[in-house]
Design a protein. Structure first.
Lengths: 385, 512
């Protein structure tokens, strides 16, 4: 069935998959958000333990999604993979480092003989929560604002500034830096909002739930501020555009706004997503008694939709999704960065597995989640973190 | 592609070797113990005996400690292809990326989802669903091994692809050929079965320690039954598929084959050097016929037999490849380098003239296609640079094979003693089993050294020199990250080992 699709359609299909994985990943970053709230929401050892265990049973879903996102990007848009990872070296290395620290922390934190002590592992979790969200968000913003690289005729890529991409977040003389960082911070605070909702949903403990409720509000305000700053800037700024016939890249005023208007479906998904996130926040905070535990679903799905729509905005409608500001014509598009038609077709068949994967994840977790986590369970479970 | 600075190449390689070898400390144990646990839990579900649940849970705890650090050290490998080997990622990403993506979709989610059920689901899901989950973790882990090994096998024997001169990269033309290449099948089977052996040695060794300390006798004996049986079956399979792998290497990577046997000079009815000490002299342009071994012990005709199943066949040596051997149809490396340079030159002309001057472009394309087979050789000038580190490959190979046979003996002894119910009295055996634990890792890592060092100087056999595959970044950055990884992984490794030892030591009789 995929053989009948055109090369361009396959490229669009794969960008949509990358976008969807990106959306799911940002939603699942609630784990990272939660890791930054452990000592804010938990004041006693047992409270912290409940929080850690609520996160600790699902952390590897986020981790796996990140790895799959990388794998999918490699398989479908290898030139993006080689250019971005090989160029923005330090950005990615720091992100990866934060995830390396996370991977051992749950399992090791409360085990005897763990060498570094429980507090250290909790600090690792905090570092992962902070860097995982801020850096990933900032990196995604550069899809809109551009990076510094060029690609030669043999498709070898070169980064044009020092410090392997870190200047994208640290060069405060550039206005784009603020846009980049604003998305990073928006993701950070959103992850904390989502984490608070998740705790209300999965922990049966009045004190923790009350604190979580307050945390929803406390983090929603900065989230909205940074997110709106990012969104408004993106909509009014000059964006990157390419000519579908010649592939020549140029700057276009209001490019991303034009994209949304040219693709009303994407606009609707974006609006639905934003509304759902807000609705979740309102339910979680203002109607907490009645329906607070469902808030995670609204804001979670809203997050997936919003990020999905943002990725489509930056990749579709003749837009280079990984633009270069130092050499416009080196900008990467879904057409010039993609795998061959054969590989995209073959991988499209593999993508049919995704619904099955989602189905068994759903099944496994619905049988595991029948009861909320309680203080009593923590005492009895020999494998609690 | 161009050859980049040597220090950067070295540091990039050092970092990859470091991270890969660290990762491999944990992976084989995961691959094997996941099945051993699944077998134990199956016995529990079938017999309903609580002791088996206790045994399952104990090994499962060790499994989780090991699994966590396996995940931690694994994520960097997936992204390192991009961060440190970006030219590689473009040149072959069209083929190499696919297995990595499939691995994520097919295997990682399976592992992580059912891992959670396996650990936290004892009282939440039915016995049956729990057992299925444990098996799913085992299958998921092994599936992930399949895909990454398919990718690795492709680097040894690139099949199912074609070079696209327009995009200047290799593109996949046959997914099934990549997946079912004999190299991939051999590599997968040999790697996973040898990992099962490692896990069995681990379970056997730890159980032996319990018996030495006269603790947890019931748990230890039962664990010895399972691990010796599982290990014995798997070491036999490993020896057989290892033998098959050797022939596969002979067919697809004859230089690697010659290196792992230290065969500098080709020979009819070639003997197998079972033990040898190198005279170190590597052949060079100035010293083309060095003495190879100072001491050696050989078995006549065995190498010919191993490589071709015919005891009198001719096995080409390193010299045959450098200088060529018309009688056996071997094109010399001197000629390959010449043809490779032709191909590289023609590709440049084609890229430049395409769309401008079609007749020149087409002529260049024809020249390119005629010489493409040896494309990668064109990046070299001295054929002697194309020889891997022979002593290292040779010693690693012999250590691996020798230890393989030692494990065979160990499992047989273990099984005999435990079935006769005498294992607890054989102190020498218990001590030996305990001290064999590190040897299992030595054998496993040695196997990877043979595989990866034997392929050098290629990152993809005959196609892409390692020197052209790296990212265009500054050497200092890679140096810093090398040490960052070295320190972090060492610290985490210490933590892992300490936690494991603590878990083993604190297991009380009858309690958990």
């Amino acid at each position: 069935m995929f053989e009948n699709l055109s090369y361009l359609t396959l490229q669009h299909y794969w960008w949509a998959i990358v976008a969807l994985l990106g959306g799911i990943l940002v939603f699942l970053l609630f784990i990272q958000g939660g890791q930054t709230l452990l000592y804010k929401l938990g004041k006693t050892d047992n409270e912290v333990k409940m929080l850690v265990n609520a996160l600790g049973r699902k952390w590897d879903l986020t981790f796996t999604t990140l790895v799959t996102f990388g794998g999918a990007a490699f398989a479908s848009f290898p030139l993006f993979y080689s250019t971005s990872f090989g160029g923005a070296y330090w950005v990615w290395i720091i992100i990866l480092f934060a995830f390396i620290l996370q991977a051992v922390s749950y399992e090791y934190r409360s085990k005897a003989g763990n060498f570094l002590g429980k507090k250290t592992y909790d600090v690792f979790l905090f570092i992962n929560g902070l860097i995982g969200t801020v850096f990933l968000g900032t990196a995604v913003a550069t899809f809109f604002t551009g990076s510094f690289f060029h690609v030669n005729e043999m498709h070898s890529s070169f980064w044009d500034t020092d410090f392997g991409g870190l200047l994208l977040a640290l060069d405060f003389g550039r206005y784009a830096t603020y846009i980049n960082l604003s998305l990073g911070l928006a993701v950070f605070f959103l992850a904390r909002v989502l984490a608070s909702m998740y705790f209300i949903n999965s922990i049966d403990d009045k004190v923790i739930n009350e604190r979580s409720k307050k945390a929803i509000f406390g983090n929603a305000i900065p989230f909205l501020f940074f997110f709106l700053f990012f969104l408004i800037n993106v909509l009014v700024m000059k964006g990157f555009n390419y000519d579908p016939q010649t592939g020549v890249v140029n700057m276009e005023a209001y490019k991303y706004l034009h994209n949304l208007l040219a693709m009303p479906v994407v606009l609707i998904i974006l609006l639905l997503g934003v509304v759902a996130v807000l609705w979740g926040i309102i339910r979680g905070y203002f109607f907490y008694e009645k329906c607070g535990s469902k808030a995670i679903w609204f804001s979670g799905i809203g997050t997936v939709l919003t990020v999905f729509a943002l990725f489509l905005t930056v990749g579709y409608n003749h837009t280079p999704f990984y633009p270069s500001v130092t050499d416009l014509q080196s900008s990467l598009t879904i057409e010039n960065a993609s795998s061959s038609m054969y590989t995209l077709t073959a991988m499209s068949y593999v993508s049919l597995l995704v619904p099955f994967v989602l189905a068994y994840i759903w099944y496994a977790w619905s049988s595991m989640n029948k009861q909320d986590i309680t203080a009593k369970e923590m005492e009895e479970d020999t494998h609690a973190y | 592609m161009e050859i980049l600075n040597a220090a950067l190449v070295d540091w990039s390689r050092a970092q990859f070797a470091l991270t890969a070898m660290f990762h491999w400390l944990f992976v084989p144990l995961t691959l094997g113990t996941s099945f051993i646990i699944a077998i134990m839990e199956t016995i529990y579900v079938k017999t309903g005996k609580e002791i088996w649940k206790r045994i399952t849970k104990f090994w499962m705890t060790l499994f989780a400690i090991n699994f966590a650090i396996g995940v931690a050290t694994g994520i960097i490998l997936e992204f390192e292809f991009g961060t440190n080997w970006s030219n590689y990622s473009w040149f072959v990403g069209d083929i190499f990326g696919a297995p990595l993506a499939v691995e994520g979709i097919m295997a990682f989610f399976m592992e992580s989802t059912f891992f959670a059920v396996m650990f936290f689901g004892w009282n939440k899901v039915s016995k049956k669903f729990h057992l299925i989950s444990t098996w799913m973790v085992a299958i998921g882990s092994n599936l992930s091994a399949l895909w990454i090994l398919v990718a690795n096998a492709w680097m040894q024997n690139p099949v199912g692809m074609k070079f696209n001169p327009v995009t200047a990269r290799n593109e996949m033309v046959d997914f099934w050929e990549v997946l079912f290449s004999p190299t991939a099948i051999n590599k997968f089977l040999h790697t996973v079965t040898s990992s099962y052996v490692l896990s069995a040695v681990f379970v056997l060794g730890v159980s032996a320690w319990f018996l030495l300390k006269k603790r947890n006798i019931a748990l230890a004996k039962r664990s010895i039954v399972v691990s010796s049986t599982f290990g014995l079956i798997m070491i036999i399979v490993t020896i057989f598929n290892g033998d098959e792998s050797a022939r596969e290497v002979y067919r697809t990577q004859p230089m690697k084959f010659a290196s792992l046997e230290g065969l500098y000079y080709g020979a009819q009815a070639a003997p197998l050097v079972t033990f040898g000490i190198f005279d170190i002299h590597k052949p060079t342009m100035e010293n083309q016929n060095p003495k190879v071994f100072t001491n050696k012990f050989e078995v006549p005709k065995l190498l010919s037999l191993m490589a071709t199943l015919k005891p009198n066949s001719y096995i080409p040596g390193i010299n045959d490849f450098i200088k060529g051997n018309e009688q056996y149809g071997i094109v010399s490396y001197f000629d390959r380098i010449k043809m490779g340079k032709e191909a590289i030159g023609a590709l440049k002309v084609y890229q430049k003239e395409r769309g401008k001057n079609d007749s020149i472009a087409n002529a260049a394309l024809t020249t390119f296609k005629e010489n493409y087979k040896y494309f990668g050789y064109g990046y070299y000038n001295d054929p002697y640079d194309l020889i891997p580190n022979v002593p290292l490959v040779f010693y690693s190979f012999h250590v691996m094979v020798g230890l393989g046979f030692w494990f065979l003996i160990l499992f047989i002894l273990g099984l005999v003693f435990v079935l006769k119910d005498k294992v607890q009295d054989k102190r020498w055996f218990l001590l030996t089993a305990l001290w064999t634990i590190p040897l299992a890792w030595l054998a496993s890592e040695a196997g990877w050294l043979v595989n990866e060092m034997g392929r050098q100087p290629w990152v993809i056999q005959d196609l892409m020199p390692t020197t052209t595959a790296i990212s265009n970044i500054n050497t200092t950055s890679v140096m810093i990250t090398f040490f960052l990884f070295a320190v972090t992984f060492t610290v985490l490794f210490i933590a892992e080992v300490r936690i494991m030892l603590k878990q083993i030591k604190q297991l009380k009789d009858g309690g958990h």
